[in-house]
Design a protein around this ligand. Structure first.
Ligand code: TYM
Length: 337
């Protein structure tokens, strides 16, 4: 396998800083499974990125392998996709350092994720949090990715990656493929069930549905979902006016494939008391086979280890080639062994 293959390259990652949630799934993983035949696909656990915020070491290790099990349960066949743990391919950290030297302080200062996370972790605004986007650029550029399938919130990082790649290419000649974000039409920004103006995130467990949540917990979270004060309880897609309802409609649409028009017709005159549990039920049924399969795979540690070992081997083969090219271009002496 090499990167001269005719297939275009898809690459994405998720931080194992929490368990996978519905936002990660609908914004990213759900869309990855169908790409394997058409593209050369790389998906990884972005464990190095999680260190920008303090982690419990045992929990981080558990979540990294459980995340892999959930990738597979969501339909990512390890025979068709390269699945690996970021820290197993040391070229990520090495290219990350080089790209730091081609990323401007001003660019990093403008990143929304940095501003949000530094406000939330005021006692630990470390260098890694600031230079996070250069490591993400390295993740992507090492594999000469054409497309990066992510949710809306990662668009800014993908655009910075394009700028870094273009800057490097302009100095040293064609080295990196300039990638494009690949963002789904529905589900790219799933909001918290409890506070529909905030993005769904693990830091708000009541507004967040985890892929491995029990059905009764999912049902409860949807029943309590915040809607609005419309006395008619009208199920209508109007994101500005009715963000809670629009969010529930996006979730329902993503898991059932129904259009917003169809959903409005289905719940016409029925009210939120019928709509909210129906969305919960649809999510429960959609996630049930994923949870059952993930639980089965999580128990098979030897299998998981064989998948990430083989994945790291395949990923490193490609990553090493790009890194060697970069070292040569910037003027580092070739390693003699
Ligand atoms: P992370 O780990 O925060 O999120 C992983 C993926 O889930 C998407 N996502 C959402 N989509 C819709 N609604 C939401 N509420 C929601 N929350 C999260 C994210 O857009 C993302 O696609 N920096 C990345 C991880 C990363 C990466 C990479 C991604 C590291 N290196 C290289 C792509 C390529 C991050 O923090 O995503």
């Amino acid at each position: 396998m090499d990167n001269t293959t005719a297939k275009k390259v898809m690459l994405s990652g998720i931080q194992p800083s929490g368990d996978l949630h519905l936002g990660n799934y609908l914004g990213a993983v759900k869309n990855w499974a169908d790409l394997a035949d058409e593209f050369d696909c790389y998906y990884f656990m972005a464990d190095l990125h999680t260190l920008t915020v303090r982690q419990n070491p045992a929990e981080l290790r558990r979540r990294s392998t459980q995340q892999l099990a959930q990738y597979i349960a969501c339909g990512l066949d390890p025979e068709k996709n390269t699945l690996f743990i970021q820290s197993h391919v040391h070229e990520h950290a090495e290219l990350g350092w080089i790209l730091n030297c081609y990323t401007m302080f001003g660019e990093l200062s403008r990143m929304t994720q940095f501003k949000d996370k530094s406000a939330k972790n005021a006692e630990n605004v470390n260098g890694g949090l600031f230079t996070y986007p250069s490591l993400m650029a390295a993740d992507i550029l090492l594999y000469q990715a054409d497309f990066v399938p992510v949710g809306e919130d990662q668009k800014q990082h993908c655009e910075l990656t394009r700028d870094i790649a273009t800057r490097f290419n302009n100095i040293y000649g064609e080295t990196f493929k300039v990638p494009e974000p690949y963002i789904p039409k529905v589900g790219a920004r799933i909001m918290s069930l409890g506070a529909p103006n905030n993005k769904m995130s693990k830091s708000d467990p009541q507004g967040c549905v985890f892929l491995l949540d029990k059905p009764e917990d999912i049902a409860r979270k949807f029943k309590r979902a915040v809607t609005d004060s419309d006395t008619e309880h009208c199920v209508r897609y109007a994101p500005q006016e009715k963000p809670g309802v629009a969010n529930l409609m996006s979730i329902y649409s993503s898991v059932t494939g129904k259009s917003f028009d169809e959903i409005e017709r289905e719940f016409d005159g029925k009210g939120y008391g019928v709509f909210k549990p129906a969305v919960g039920e649809a999510v429960i049924e959609h996630l049930r086979p994923i949870r059952e399969e993930a639980e089965r795979i999580i128990a098979d540690k030897a299998y998981l280890s064989s998948v990430y070992t083989e994945g790291a081997r395949k990923a490193q083969y490609i990553a090493r080639k790009t890194l060697r090219k970069v070292y040569k271009k910037v003027g580092l002496v070739e390693k003699p062994f």
